[in-house]
Design a protein around this ligand. Sequence first.
Ligand SMILES: *[C@@H]1O[C@H](CO)[C@@H](O)[C@H](O)[C@H]1NC(C)=O
Length: 152
Amino acid sequence: MNKILIALTILGLCAAANFKCTAEMKTAKFCTREYMPVCGVKMTEKGSSKYSSIKTTYANKCTACVEEGVEFYAVGSCEEYPKEANFCHPEAHLDLACTREFFPTCGLFDDSITCTQGPCGSNFSNKCMACINEHVSYFLTGFCHHQEQYQQ
Ligand SMILES: *[C@@H]1O[C@H](CO)[C@@H](O)[C@H](O)[C@H]1NC(C)=O
C-alpha cells in the first residue's frame, strides 16, 4: 500500500506536459530512424528558462535531444501546434511562486485533459501562472478565444 502511494507521489511530481532531455539522451551515440515526431525546444540565450518558442520538428525524441541546445520536447511535430506557441519547460511547474502581474495568457493543456472539440485551454493571469500548471503544454499571448484562436 505504502509503495503504491509513494509511486503515485513520484509520478505526480514528475508529471509535466512536456519532456526534458536527460543528460543520457543528450549524449546518445546513435538514434534509430523511427518516425515518432516531437517538437524540440531550445531556450533563448538570455531569456527565461521557463518557456520558449524556439522550436523545430525532429523525427523522434532521440534526434531532438542530441541536437545542440534542445532542452525539452513536446509530443508530436511542431506543425501540430500554433506558430506562436510558447512551450512550458517541464520543470516550470516546480516553481513555488509567480508574480501577480496581469498579462492575460491562454494556457493550452496536454492530452491528460480532453475537450470535445480541439485543444483545451484556460485563461491565466500571466505566463508563469500558466506554466506552473503541470498540465499546460504551451501558451499563447492574450485571452483564450476558443473559436478563433485554436479550433481547427
Ligand atoms: C478567456 O477570457 C475571455 C475574455 O474574458 C473569454 O471570452 C473566454 O471565453 C475565456 N476563455 C476560457 C477558455 O475561459
